[in-house]
Structures are given as C-alpha cells and as structure tokens.
Design a binder for this molecule. Sequence first.
Ligand code: ADP
Ligand code: MG
Length: 179
Amino acid sequence: MSNAGPQSAVVRFDLPDLASMRKFGYFLGTLLKSGDVVALNGDLGAGKTTLTQAIASGLRIKDDVTSPTFTLIQEYSGKIPMFHIDPYRLTDNSEMYDIGLEDYFERDGIIVIEWADKILDFLPDKRLNICIDIPAHSDTEEQRILTLEGEGELYITLVNPLEKKYPEIAQRRTARANS
Ligand code: ADP
Ligand code: MG
C-alpha cells in the first residue's frame, strides 16, 4: 500500500491553552537547527510573539524576547543565535533590502518571522510554516489551532517529532496524492 508519504504533510495541532502553547514552542525550539526558518502567520493576538518566546526558551535564550516593533530584526544569542523578524509596521518592502535581510539567511542561526506573508517574496522556500488560528467558537479564550507545514527534511526533523510528541492533539490534514 502506498500513501502520500511524509514529504509534504500539513499537520494541525489543537492546543487547549497558553501553557500547552509554551510547551509546544519550547519543544520546537529544542528541535531547531542552524539555518532553519520558521514563518509565522495569524491575526494580531493569535500568539506569534508568545510562540516565538517559547521557541527562544527551547533555544536556551536568556534575554526577554519582545516584539521588535521598531527594529524589524532583533538578534538573540543562545545555544544557537535566533533572529526574530517582525515586519508588522513595515510599510515599504525596500526596507527589507536596507537592513540586509538576505544576509541573515546566510548566517549561523535560526530565523523566526512574524507576519511572514507580508514578506513572503523575501523568504526561502525551505521553511516551516506555522499558522496560528483562534477558533471562532471556543469555550475558552486560550485555545489555538496551529497548522504546520514543512516539506521533506523539515517534515522529518520538525513536524514529525512534534506529531509524535503530541499525538493526542495532532491531526494530519493532507494526504497529498502522488503525481
Ligand atoms: P501576536 O504576536 O500573534 O500578535 P501575542 O503573542 O503578542 O500575539 O499575543 C497573544 C496573546 O494571547 C497574549 O496576551 C497571550 O497571553 C494570549 N494567549 C492566550 N492563550 C494563548 C495561547 N494558547 N497561545 C498564545 N497566546 C495566548
Ligand atoms: Mg507579535
């Protein structure tokens, strides 16, 4: 029997509360390797910065991670450096050239981007996409749905270990047909 295989899976995680989001992000942080790019999307208040903070804790970053609102990129040192990009207030994409965004992708470190869709053209194809949704009809204020999308090696090193760690909240969304 053949199924779609793990090459481009989309996996949904149904996180019940803030504490589970923090654990999830922490574990993701422990899995990340230099060169990994994490692209976050989701509405204001969905939890992109919160997830970035949790990832940073998994990377043993000691400094407080805040929204780099006026700097676009904030650099943190830990087990591996983390570059946190937040283009929320970006009005002109040329600013991304001005700060030399491309150079960050060549550097030793992990890149986490909030509002990734705003600068999609600048991002490498090889990235872990995470979309955070607040369910419309939820009994609690803290429930979040995370949709992770990572192909090939990113699936194997990041998404699949998360699936295995949290089988009770993970749900495979696509079984893409081979073509
Ligand atoms: P964003 O960066 O996406 O705008 P933030 O992380 O700054 O969002 O804010 C998310 C807010 O929602 C925080 O105040 C956080 O405490 C709250 N929150 C409640 N439940 C969760 C959860 N499960 N995950 C993330 N944030 C949560
Ligand atoms: Mg934010």
